[in-house]
Design a protein around this ligand. Structure first.
Ligand SMILES: *Cc1c(COP(=O)(O)O)cnc(C)c1O
Length: 365
């Protein structure tokens, strides 16, 4: 049976090396070998981008990307001033819901899902409000595939002296990230997307100065990153049982990323896959939701042509070995998404393109 290729924004197809790394046996999370592995992975994570090699520290925690985002907010969002949440999709809005659950003051500024973050609106809020203590944004809004302009946002935050927290769950490892230049105090990512690790382990990287503030009363026990940083930084141990096989797989995935040329090479790879998919769908008359120039390299979303059923498209492709992804939230009936992360060959993408063209040609006739 031909293997199925997942074209969803996580989980992704794993390399044989990463799959083998999952099979760790008899490695206890209270043993020094595991503590050493934890420290090594944190060093690897800070090494993916030049600007986090110094003055930033990483912690890993067991849980999916959402867990890392929530832990970051629970640990770093100010208690006595507001976090300005900038949302243009599901993930930005979810972060406001997290702050709400934790009883942390915030203001949600929601933009159209089809547009970017409007700098003028943000500038006005930062100028007019005396309540804002920090800003939160999503780098790659996976709802639509839009890559938000964080350089411009970071510059605004710097001018107003506000730390910027980022969700980089679906961009870390494949898009440019410049935390120092962009005034980013903390960001949250995951193993199971662009890094090609297994899902279920995630991480938060924060500037040392931001870590120093993480001592006040936490709103969660499990998600209190101050404890993780204290323990992992000191000894490599973690406060709670860690997903040992998943950390082992992440270690191998980060090693493979570095060996294959790092994030820039991965961006190149994803871009070339994405371009093929754009071209094929363009030939089939299918229109992208987001201008390709503003889209990430990781995922593209397309409008479902009238008269076409997403379910039929999904089911036919699945029978042919490819699993694509539905729209999310209020976009569910309107779009479909194709992520191109994961271990696959160029011929796999060529075959996918062929299948897409066949499907839409048939749908037309
Ligand atoms: C996938 C994703 C998340 C959530 O990650 P899970 O692993 O599903 O918990 C958060 N933010 C963004 C931008 C994502 O793409």
């Amino acid at each position: 049976m031909p293997r199925t290729i997942l074209l969803s924004p996580g989980p992704v197809a794993l390399t044989e090396g990463v799959k083998s790394a999952l099979l760790v046996d008899q490695l206890g999370h209270r043993e020094p070998e595991f503590a050493a592995l934890t420290r090594l992975v944190n060093t690897q994570l800070c090494g993916v981008y030049d600007e986090t090699r110094q003055d930033y520290e990483s912690v890993v925690l067991t849980g999916s990307g959402t867990c890392a985002v929530e832990a970051m907010l629970a640990t770093f969002a100010p208690r006595t001033s507001q976090t300005l949440v900038l949302a243009n999709g599901v993930y930005g809005e979810r972060s406001a819901a997290m702050l709400e659950c934790h009883g942390l003051p915030h203001e949600l500024v929601a933009f159209e899902w089809t547009s970017g973050i409007d700098s003028d609106v943000v500038a006005t809020r930062l100028r007019d409000s005396t309540e804002i203590g920090a800003v939160f944004a999503v780098h790659h809004e996976t709802t639509t595939g839009r890559l938000n302009d964080i350089a411009a946002l970071g510059e605004l935050c710097r001018r107003h002296g506000k730390p910027l927290m980022l969700d980089v769950v679906s961009s870390f490892g494949a898009e440019e990230i410049r935390p120092r230049s962009w005034n980013v105090s903390a960001f949250a990512g995951t193993a199971g997307k662009c890094l090609h690790g297994a899902p279920g382990i995630s991480f938060v990287v924060a500037a040392r100065a931001q870590w120093e503030t993480a001592t006040r009363k936490p709103s969660s026990v499990y998600l209190n990153l101050a404890r993780y940083r204290h323990d992992q930084g000191l000894s490599g141990y973690s406060p709670f049982t860690q997903a040992v096989p998943l950390l082992s797989a992440l270690h191998e995935a980060l090693h493979e990323l570095e060996r294959s040329g790092g994030w820039a090479a991965r961006r190149q790879l994803f871009r070339s896959r994405g371009t093929k998919i754009y071209k094929a769908l363009e030939r089939a008359g299918v229109v992208p939701l987001v201008d390709p120039a503003q889209s990430s390299c990781v995922l593209q979303s397309f409008r479902i042509p009238s008269g076409v059923s997403y379910q039929a498209l999904h089911d036919q492709l699945k029978a042919q070995g490819f699993v694509i992804y539905a729209g999310q939230g209020r976009f569910a009936p309107e779009i479909f998404r194709i992520a191109n992360m994961g271990d696959m060959a160029a011929t796999d993408i060529d075959n996918l393109c062929q299948r897409l063209i066949e499907f839409f040609r048939r749908a037309e006739s």
